[in-house]
Every structure is written in C-alpha cells, then in structure tokens.
Design a protein around this ligand. Structure first.
Ligand code: NDP
Length: 424
C-alpha cells in the first residue's frame, strides 16, 4: 500500500500509469501531474472505473523545484516517479531531497538549453576529460549521491528499457551466467512500421538529439585502462538478424547506460550500443539537421521566438498516436562475452515485444510499452523495499531477480540464447 506521485502523462507515463492501476495492492494511490492537468484528468477518468487505485491529478510545472516541492508537501507521496522529460530531473531531485521522498526516472539529465553558458562550461570540461560529447551524462545526478545517502533516500535512475532493463540484464548475466563479463553489446531493434515517412517513437526532441549526436563506445587499451572512443554520428554500421524480426541495419550510438556499466561491471573491457534505423528515417533526419530544424537555439520568426526542434515536434505525429498504425516487433537485449568456470562463454538475453499486442492491451505502441512497464516495475521495487539503497543508483546496482520477475509478470518476459551470433 503506497502512494506515488507520477510527473508526466505522455506516451511512456501513460503505459506506466495503466500498469500501476493493475497493481493496486502496491500502487494504492497515485497522483498524475503535468503542466496540462486536463491530459492527466482525461487519463484518470478513463482508468477510474476499472481500478482500485485511487487516482487524483494536479497541474505542476516541474521545471522549478519549488513547484514540485509544494505538490509533494500537499500529496505526501512515498515515491516521485519522474516520467516527464530529462530536463526536469534535477529540479525534481531537489524537491525530493527537500521533502524527504524517494525518487525515480527513466532518462538521465540533460539541459533544455544547451547554449546556457554556465552549463556549457561544465560540458566543455567534461568533453575534454571524458572524451564523449553527448549532451547528457550522469555527472549531474551522481553529484546528488551524498545528499541522498545522508537523507536515507533512494534515487533510482533510468528505469526504462534502455537504460533500465538493459542494465538489469547485465546484472542478471553477471549474477547467474558469468564469473567475469568482458564485452557487452546492447542491441536495440525496432522492427515496427507506422506507415509514416518520418516519425519518432518517443519524444521527438529527445530522440532526435540522441540520434544526431556523435556515437561512442567504451574500450580498454593494452594497459587495461578503460576509455571512450568517439566516432562521427552513424559511422559504424552493422547488419544483424534479429529473432522474430529479421535482418536489420543497426548503427553504433552513444547511450547513457554505457557510462554506468563501465563503472559497475567489474573487468568489463568493451561496451557498445547499437540501434536499428531504416534508410528513410536517416535521410529525413540528415536533411532536417542540414537545414537547421534540429537546432535548440531560438530564432526570431515574424516577431516571435521559436525553437526549431520544438516547431518540428509540433509538425510530427504525436508518438502516443502511433499505436493503432504500428505493426511489427521490437527486439531489445544484450549479447555478453566473458568467462564461466575458466571457459569462454557467450550469452544473449533479450525481449521481443509486438506493437499490435501492446496496442490491444494498453492502446500504446511497443516503444512506450517497453519503457513504461520497467518504469512501473522499478517504482514497485522501491515502494516494496526490494530496492532500497540510500544514494543515487542505476538499475545494475540492484538485485535483478525480483525486477525481472516483475517484468515477466507485467508483460516483458525475457528470452535466452546460449550460442548467439556475435557482432563484429
Ligand atoms: P512525451 O513527450 O510523450 O511526454 C512528456 C510528458 O512530460 C508530458 O506529459 C508533458 O506534459 C510532461 N512534461 C514536460 N515538461 C514538463 C514540465 N516542465 N513539468 C511537468 N511535466 C512536464 O515523452 P515520452 O513519454 O515519450 O518520454 C518520457 C520520458 O521517457 C523521457 O524522459 C524520455 O527520454 C524517456 N524515455 C526513456 C526510454 C528508456 O528506455 N529508458 C525510452 C523512451 C523514452 P505537459 O506538457 O502537460 O507538461
């Protein structure tokens, strides 16, 4: 019996909220809050007749910690589930600290305005020291570790699929299958087709920023020292034949969980992340980038300030609307290479999810589903005390077993392959 404040009511949050309502014995009360309360209320009205979970709604602009703190003080939740955007992470963490409440999110912090000179200073230093130039990294949230520890509060970072389940798979492989893991390839395949020439499967701004950035991976030199290798965007391409999906082109991207896994998987030498893209998506993205439509820098247009990528977002299909149109499957998982009992071993742990099945069950496509279910399961781990570790932690730092059990129960069972084709 617990009370969760859920910030965000978009594609991912909708799935998480619907799943929370199927588990009222844990989520006995939830408050759904975002800037546009009417969206939260619409969802609440749809759900109330069929759930024992008591649902309330609120309006909050979570860009400001004081707004979130005010709502927390009124609602008194046991956990704040941040399923808004990565821009709000720090403000919501500050509010949780002020009010003494546990925190979780699905994506690590990045600033909305990457031209802010204060942020730029820190960013430029990090690029030089660390060797990767993505706009997001864990340093901002890891800086809260001591404060959360001292307050006796748990902050669970990145409880979606990737990040999230990908890290639970790593923890599971290390716990049950390997003595040491040397190489990890995280493969994210979306074999779904929504019929549009161009659309993004989750928030376009966050998605396009991620995909248009240089790629990078973790590697180790001959002296055993780990380091980042950065490459131009989309410059490493591989083909892979995914179970239940088929042959796809995939590209190496920078991804946030590489950063934490490099620290938390002892002895790991290489970690890479690949995502599949069709040619049409890449052509459109390149063109939009070339004409400046991915810029976050406001421009004056007919006397008004507009941010090109936000304008683009308004033109593109709402990711939440892709559900009825999307057919096909996703296949997301990790291939491991390492040692067990002194022998070389390879192992592939993955989930296959069907877009239309997700739509039938919850009215959402599989990208929102595969993110929203782990968000709910991560929240459940914190609320039931199974994942209770004061500080700021990523998923691989917790026991994967109860989480993976919950994933299976709530719609994301895993599959194993003990002789996988490796990625060269
Ligand atoms: P959407 O754009 O669909 O939804 C975002 C929600 O956040 C909206 O309900 C919006 O409501 C709310 N929001 C935005 N700004 C604020 C604010 N200042 N204060 C309060 N609420 C706000 O995004 P998605 O559902 O696609 O993505 C949600 C999160 O999931 C993102 O952080 C994304 O990066 C992450 N994600 C993680 C994945 C993973 O595997 N780990 C995969 C996919 C996504 P309103 O406008 O009413 O405020």
């Amino acid at each position: 019996m617990a009370r969760a404040l859920i910030i965000g009511c978009g594609a991912v949050a909708t799935v998480a909220i619907k799943k929370c309502c199927t588990c009222s014995e844990v989520f006995s009360e939830i408050c759904i809050a975002s800037r546009h309360r009417e969206n939260c209320e619409k969802l609440a009205q749809e759900l109330r007749p069929n759930t024992k979970t008591v649902i309330t709604t609120a309006a909050v602009d979570a860009d400001k910690a004081e707004n979130v703190a005010k709502l927390i003080k009124e609602y008194k939740p046991d956990l704040v589930m941040n399923i808004a955007l990565p821009y709000q992470d720090l403000a919501i963490m500050d509010a949780c600290l002020e009010c003494g409440v546990n925190y979780m999110d699905t994506a690590n912090y990045e600033p909305e305005n990457i031209d802010d000179p204060e942020w730029r200073k820190v960013y430029d230093k990090r690029c030089k020291e660390q060797g990767f130039s993505a706009y997001f990294d864990y340093s901002w949230q890891w800086a809260y570790k001591e404060k959360f520890e001292k307050a006796g509060l748990t902050a669970l970072l990145g409880s979606g699929f990737d990040p999230g389940v990908s890290q639970a798979y790593c923890a599971y492989a290390l716990k049950h299958q390997f003595d040491t893991i040397e190489e990890i390839d995280i493969l994210d395949c979306n074999g779904g087709d929504h019929g549009y020439k161009f659309a993004t499967n989750f928030n376009p701004e966050i998605n396009l920023r991620e995909v248009s950035a240089p790629g990078s991976y973790w590697d180790t030199d001959e002296n055993g020292k780990g380091h980042w290798v950065e490459i131009p965007a989309m410059s490493i391409k591989r083909e892979y034949n995914f179970d239940e999906v088929g042959q796809k082109d995939m590209y190496l991207l920078h991804h946030e969980e590489i950063e934490s896994l490099a620290q938390n998987i002892p002895g790991v030498k290489r970690i890479r992340f690949f995502m599949t893209f069709g040619q049409s998506y890449l052509d459109h993205m390149r063109c939009l980038e070339d004409v400046g439509m991915l810029s976050t820098q406001p421009i004056k247009f007919q006397g008004q300030d507009i941010v090109p990528i936000q304008f683009l977002k308004a033109l593109l299909p709402d990711p939440a609307s892709l559900g009825p149109r999307t057919v096909g499957k996703t296949n997301i998982g990790c291939i491991f290479k390492g040692k067990k009992d002194g022998k070389d071993k390879t192992y592939y742990l993955y989930n296959v999810c069907d877009h239309q099945e997700c739509y039938k069950e919850l009215g959402s496509q599989a990208i929102a589903y595969t993110t929203g279910v782990p968000a709910m399961c991560g929240a459940m781990m914190v609320l039931t005390g199974k994942w209770n570790k004061p500080g700021v932690h990523t998923v691989e730092e917790f026991d994967p077993d109860p989480f993976m059990e919950a994933l299976t129960k709530y719609g994301l069972p895993w599959q194993e392959n003990f002789n996988p084709v490796l990625v060269d």
